[in-house]
Design a protein around this ligand. Structure first.
Ligand code: NAP
Length: 320
């Protein structure tokens, strides 16, 4: 007579047990993932520089090529790669700024420097000259850094001239593909080389009011990750770097704070991730931003970002 309630109680017990086991397994998985994440951050951002855990870039080849090397992040890559003993090819659109950067590199490091004047907003016609200029150099590192954004940084799609959107495609995407196509064959032949592609946090999450910019940076992320798969067995490393805010001309030299760093600090941190992370935010606080963004729901995040952009723009419009 009592067997039905007893069976029901037994069923409840089994269910409780199963849920408890699932709970423990899930908690353990989350705890282990968090621990792995923290260990990775400690290794990459606290130990890599003092213990020199990152790749020895001077072993990749004797020259490094940096696009958009006359200011901001690109200029810092040029200066800091030269510090590591690599000869540098500086590519930029302004002959005066190239000369100034060349002098700065020579003053700080005893390396060879070559400059190439190119405006990357041009189409395929500009690349034959670039190829000629790079011929004969043993290029170990290519930094696809050149990039442009909107004058305002954030603008509604139709408020930006069509030509500016199209130039952005050339500068941010075509340069990456064409420069990699020029440099990669000799790296493959030597079975050694590193291509660093500078994307953006805006390439990890779609950012409202930055449609074309954000989409071009997503392209750079995919391009890099796919070539990483295709060429890892051939000895070539691809790294995609997704900065948050860095105080440069592109960001109107915004104030430095916990989330926004100088280009010098940023690049010092990012270079120490080479060989440890093929996808990196390059800087601890930016890594936390990426992780936070990836945990959020895309729709809610975009809505929040949209509101923040509107507030940011209103504040800046007033202060102009
Ligand atoms: N700053 C940030 O917060 C941030 C965040 C995420 C991603 N990024 C990415 O980081 C990269 C570097 O940005 P940045 O902040 O260092 O910008 P930046 O200070 O404006 O420097 C950009 C560099 O690219 C050059 N350049 C721009 N347009 C060019 C063109 N059409 N042809 C040839 N060279 C050109 C600039 O030359 P001039 O000196 O002649 O202008 C300068 O040397 C970009 O790909 C950007 O998208 C930056």
């Amino acid at each position: 007579m009592d067997s039905a309630p007893a069976a029901a109680a037994g069923g409840v017990c089994v269910c409780t047990y199963v849920f408890a086991v699932i709970g423990v397994v899930c908690s353990a998985y989350v705890a282990l993932s968090c621990l792995r994440f923290v260990c990775r951050l400690v290794k990459v951002y606290a130990l890599s520089r003092p213990l020199h855990l990152y790749a020895d870039l001077s072993k990749m080849g004797s020259w490094a090529v940096v696009t958009g090397a006359t200011d901001g992040i690109g200029k810092q890559y040029a200066l800091q790669l030269a510090e590591q003993g690599l000869n540098i090819v500086l590519i930029g659109r302004s002959p005066e700024k190239l000369k100034a950067t060349e002098s700065e590199v020579r003053m700080r490091s005893n390396v060879q420097v070559k400059t190439v004047v190119v405006d990357y907003s041009g189409g395929r016609e500009i690349y034959d000259d670039v190829e000629r200029e790079l011929a004969g150099l043993e290029i170990g590192v290519l930094v696809n850094n050149v990039g442009m954004c909107y004058a305002w940084m954030f603008d509604e799609f139709l408020d930006v001239e069509r030509d500016l959107h199209l130039r952005m495609l050339n500068v941010n995407m075509m340069s990456c593909v064409a420069m990699t196509y020029i440099v990669l064959p000799q790296m493959v032949e030597r079975k050694r080389g590193l291509v660093i592609n500078i994307a953006s946090l805006a390439g990890v999450v779609p950012i409202p009011f930055m449609a074309t910019y954000s989409a071009t940076k997503a392209f750079v992320c995919f391009f890099s990750r796919i070539l990483e798969q295709e060429y890892e067995e051939k000895g070539i490393q691809f790294q995609v770097v997704t900065p948050g805010f860095v105080s440069t001309n592109m960001t109107s030299q915004i104030d430095v704070n916990a989330w926004c760093v100088t280009a010098e600090t940023y690049v010092r941190s990012a270079i120490a991730t080479v060989g440890l992370q093929s996808r990196t935010a390059g800087y601890l606080m930016h890594e936390l931003m990426v992780a936070g963004f990836q945990l959020s729901s895309e729709r809610a995040l975009c809505k929040e970002l949209k509101n923040e952009m509107i507030k940011f723009k209103a504040k800046h419009c007033k202060s102009e």
